[in-house]
Design a binder for this molecule. Structure first.
Ligand code: SF4
Length: 301
């Protein structure tokens, strides 16, 4: 309801599922990189960073009684963490002034946006109220990242996550099943699991590569330049990814609409159950011919 007052929200607006009850404030429009071949999220938007004063003017238009009801803020768009630390600190101070009951700020961040900041800047941002960083890792494989024109590498992601942990941030990361194509699917699963093990982020989610007409990957698949794995191979990739993770106390979810099967659990406590479900699911399906199964956290099929 609060967002009804933010008339300047420029569609489309995306936010992570965990931020469904947060006030969305657009500090940027679009994604500063916008290069990833699989992504259509912000292809129609020209990147623009708002000045803190512009954001403050929008907030002032929200009636004061409504402002008191805000306890979480999500800073959009794509990778709003790319803003200069001084601007992010100014924005946090504006939030503090107008949303007196706000508890924390969450934001999408690219690994390179994190490593571009010093450890001191990250600590200052954490102290100012930034808490949850949502990072689309997509893959731990440098070859896959390079092929998909996703900026950064395994080392960049590892360094970014370690720096963010050091500063006290809570990390929520996503891995994109199928993005290695037929060619690199084994490497994609193994390297992605190795990256998760190296940093143990609090939340890990898997999404499944979906072909959107606005994304370059759509045509690459049509012309045969990129071969998507079959659905059953994506389940195998999913299985291999989970199996290879050894880090503890990771909250794992594959509850995105793009996934063939909905899973939820704590790694490594629930690893056995998750693998059992995936292996049963694979046994009863083949090729590309199967239906999606949303278990909503129930591992038995
Ligand atoms: S995947 Fe993330 S970094 Fe890549 S274009 Fe989309 S929003 Fe930008």
């Amino acid at each position: 309801m609060m967002n009804e007052f933010f008339m300047n929200l420029q569609e489309p607006v995306f936010r992570p599922p965990r931020e469904h009850d947060a006030l969305i404030v657009q500090a940027t429009s679009g994604c500063s990189r916008n290069s990833c071949l699989f992504c259509a999220m912000y292809k129609a938007k020209k990147f623009r960073a708002k000045k803190p004063a512009e954001i403050e003017a929008e907030i002032v238009s929200v009636p004061a009684p409504f402002r008191g009801g805000v306890s979480k803020i999500f800073l959009a768009d794509g990778n709003a963490f790319c803003l200069e630390s001084s601007d992010l600190l100014e924005i946090a101070a504006i939030f503090k002034k107008y949303f007196v009951n706000n508890r924390f700020i969450s934001v999408y961040a690219n690994p390179l946006d994190i490593t571009a900041k010093s450890p001191e800047e990250l600590k200052a941002l954490r102290a100012a109220g930034y808490k949850n960083l949502y990072i689309g890792l997509e893959s731990g494989s440098d070859r896959v990242l390079h092929t998909m024109k996703k900026a950064g590498s395994f080392k960049d992601s590892e360094r970014a996550m370690n720096m963010a942990h050091e500063a006290g941030f809570v990390l929520s990361v996503t891995i994109l099943l199928g993005i290695g194509g037929k060619k690199y699917r084994g490497e994609h699963a193994a390297e992605s699991a190795r990256l998760i093990d190296a940093c143990a982020p609090r939340f890990v989610s898997t999404l499944t590569t979906t072909l959107y007409e606005g994304a370059p990957l759509y045509n690459m698949v049509k012309t045969g330049e990129f071969e998507m794995p079959e659905n059953c191979d994506i389940i195998e990739e999913h299985y291999n990814f989970i199996e290879a993770i050894n880090a503890d106390r990771i909250i794992y979810r594959s509850n995105h609409v793009s996934n063939f099967i909905g899973l939820e659990g704590v790694l490594s406590r629930d690893k056995k159950n998750l693998l059992h479900t995936l292996s049963r699911f694979k046994e009863v399906n083949s090729g590309n011919n199967f239906i999606k199964l949303k278990t909503g956290g129930n591992y038995e099929i």
